[in-house]
Ligand binder design. Structure first.
Ligand SMILES: Cc1cc2nc3c(=O)[nH]c(=O)nc-3n(C[C@H](O)[C@H](O)[C@H](O)COP(=O)(O)OP(=O)(O)OC[C@H]3O[C@@H](n4cnc5c(N)ncnc54)[C@H](O)[C@@H]3O)c2cc1C
Ligand code: SF4
Ligand code: SF4
Length: 389
């Protein structure tokens, strides 16, 4: 195979944006593709000097990950000792506490906030604790990284959070730039990112309902407890919609109907595979099944990660747990791309089909697929039904 000189031939990649951040001539733009996922485009290929930097940092092109698999992974159940932070965060608030602590240690923190103006999630860099609060809580859409990732400076220290694929490319970026020791990287157990076409339709639907513009969104809310925290909350309670009462965003997202192609076909980051120093997540599973305040799953993957976690013990309760407990309830393999994926994407592109209709279609298809997958049980059930008539 001829080695690739630049990323022009890449299709359906992770959309991490790191190639655009490293290109010395700023030739690469990150744009949404027709299905609503970020993809790189070389604006003026004739100006490309074939330096190969964009290819070197691309985690999608490499079958492996940047960080050698750690021989010593430590696992914890953890939560912030500050009740307000724990309540506001998606799980135990450890993500925010780590960022806050790194600010005190002289790092800049780089996390994700939601921009209501641009209707997108985006990475940002800050040295202010108040501003960093915008990163609290998961935004279950793909984040735009370019502005933040192109602003890293050689002499500063950074604590960065992102999806595992973003972090794997970023690890390559900081190595290539020889600034790896200035960074602490954190990722999370990652389910996948849904199409921005779906998010746009959801925004339209909500804005129609509230007869106004969205100025604040929160994806999770622990009012009814942590296990029931799949709640879309808009404009501080003006609109609230629960997954278990049929919220269409969560129906689309959690049924794995409209994730990025790479999330199904090329994700190599499930369970323990990571290029980060620290991995966090929700500690679902039996051991903490009774907890309704939220428990973070934490993996310390490198020496740097372990040191940072040790220093945080004043602010966070850490309980050492077996890796099996920490990863319980997490996906071990990527989801399977639905047979009708192309049709689902076509429906998302069509302005004539609203999200509610699409959810009904998907549920119906899934029901029939399940019936066809188990023909014997289906026939037995049918016979029983007929006998009962
Ligand atoms: C798309 C997505 C899928 C996820 N899938 C899973 C999963 O399958 N299993 C699981 O246990 N946890 C998953 N998580 C993580 C989980 O939702 C919580 O963020 C995690 O438990 C940490 O919670 P916390 O309370 O410690 O921190 P929080 O305060 O909730 O911190 C969240 C951190 O995540 C960062 N972040 C938020 N949104 C994004 C985004 N869109 N892209 C990149 N970084 C972001 C923020 O900058 C912040 O540092 C997912 C998160 C996202 C964004
Ligand atoms: S090969 Fe170099 S100049 Fe060309 S797009 Fe990639 S990073 Fe930019
Ligand atoms: S599921 Fe995998 S490919 Fe998709 S955003 Fe998460 S880490 Fe990246």
């Amino acid at each position: 195979m001829i080695p690739q000189k630049n990323i022009i031939q890449i299709k359906d990649c992770y959309g991490c944006g790191v190639c655009a951040a490293i290109c010395p001539h700023k030739l690469i733009q990150i744009k949404l593709d027709k299905n609503g996922f970020y993809q790189p485009i070389i604006r003026d290929p004739l100006k490309c000097t074939k330096c190969g930097f964009c290819v070197s940092v691309c985690s999608f092109l490499d079958g492996d990950i940047a960080l050698e698999k750690s021989k010593k992974i430590e696992g914890f159940a953890a939560w912030s000792n500050n009740e307000a932070i724990r309540y506001k965060s998606s799980s135990g608030g450890v993500g925010f506490e780590l960022g806050r602590f790194s600010l005190v240690q002289g790092y800049k923190a780089c996390g994700v906030r939601y921009s209501v103006k641009k209707k997108r999630a985006e990475h940002f860099i800050t040295d202010s604790e108040q501003e960093y609060q915008e990163s609290m809580g998961s935004k279950y859409v793909q984040s735009y990284t370019f502005d933040a990732f192109s602003a890293f400076k050689k002499d500063e220290k950074y604590f960065v959070t992102g999806t595992p694929c973003q972090i794997d490319s970023l690890r390559r970026f900081i190595r290539l730039k020889k600034i790896e020791e200035n960074f602490v990287l954190m990722d999370f157990f990652c389910h996948g990112v849904p199409s921005m076409l779906m998010w746009d339709k959801y925004v339209q639907l909500v804005e129609k309902k509230i007869e106004g513009k969205i100025f604040h969104v929160s994806w999770r809310n622990k009012q009814a407890g942590w296990h029931n925290s799949w709640v879309m909350n808009v404009n501080n309670g003006k609109y609230s919609s629960l997954f278990n009462r049929g919220d269409v965003f969560y129906n689309m997202f959690l049924s794995d109907s409209c994730l990025g192609k790479a999330c199904y076909d090329s994700c190599k980051y499930k369970a323990l595979t990571s290029s980060a120093d620290i991995r966090i997540g929700d500690l679902w599973g039996k051991t903490y099944g009774h907890d309704e305040k939220g428990v973070s799953a934490v993996l310390a993957l490198t020496h740097q990660g372990r040191e940072m976690i040790k220093s945080l013990k004043e602010y966070v309760t850490f309980i050492t747990e077996d890796i099996e407990v920490v990863t319980e309830g997490q996906m071990k393999n990527p989801p399977i791309r639905p047979l009708m994926y192309k049709i689902y994407m076509w429906m998302l592109r069509s302005p004539l089909i609203d999200l509610k209709t699409e959810v009904i279609v998907i549920k119906t298809i899934n029901r029939y697929v399940a019936l066809l997958a188990h023909p014997k049980q289906t026939i037995v059930k049918l016979i029983k039904k007929i006998q009962n008539i």
